[in-house]
Structures are given as structure tokens and as C-alpha cells.
Design a protein around this ligand. Sequence first.
Ligand code: 5GP
Ligand code: ZN
Length: 112
Amino acid sequence: MIDCIFCKIAEKKIPAAIVRESGSVMVIKDISPQSPTHLLIIPKKHYATIMDCEDKELLGELLQTAREIAKELGLSERGFRTVINTNAEGGQTVFHLHMHFMAGRALAGRMG
Ligand code: 5GP
Ligand code: ZN
């Protein structure tokens, strides 16, 4: 997708701190972290929002990736938060599907 920042990162046209990468998903550090660990789990294929993605396997892979990262970083017990913001009232600012992975401090109980 032209002019999509996450497509450009997936195509290595602009740099990002890539934490891991598989055939269909990449994990990068958020450029403006809101918690000590703040990663973005991003499908390489462009879907503007979760509502545009009917690929169950891919949607499952996003969650599976979060589980694997939690294990790798030793966060399974301490805990973490996964969030997918969707459209205007969901607070989405980058219109390429992504899941936030946040951890490293006690996150506020309030979600919105
Ligand atoms: P949203 O608000 O759409 O759920 O989240 C977008 C996230 O992408 C924000 O947390 C923002 O800091 C992050 N972000 C925006 N542009 C870039 C970028 O160029 N590189 C990286 N690594 N993160 C970005
Ligand atoms: Zn894109």
C-alpha cells in the first residue's frame, strides 16, 4: 500500500527496530513507547483495520506471536497487555492492522 508507514517498514524501505520476523508477521519496537516494553505485532500484508482482515490463521498468528514474545521476555507470569485500536473512537492512528504489546510496569486498570 502506497504511503503506508508499516508497509514501508515491512518492505525495509524505512528503518525500524525489528525484534522478530516470520513469513507473515513482524514485531517492531514502538517509536514512542508508552511502557518499558512497547512492541507492535504487525502482519506484513496490508489490512487497514482488523475489520478488513478475515484471515483467521493470520489473526491467530498475531496472538500466538504475543504469547511467544511473553515467554521469550519472561513476562508470562508478571503479565502484559495486548491492544488493537480500531478506527476513530478506538484511537487508531496508523491504518495498517497492528497489535500493541505492552509490559514492564503495572498498567492502569482503566482501559479508556
Ligand atoms: P495506533 O494509535 O494506531 O494504535 O498505534 C500506532 C502506533 O505506531 C503508535 O504507538 C506510534 O507510536 C507507532 N508508530 C507510528 N509511526 C511509527 C514508526 O514510524 N515506527 C514505529 N516503530 N512506530 C511507529
Ligand atoms: Zn500497510
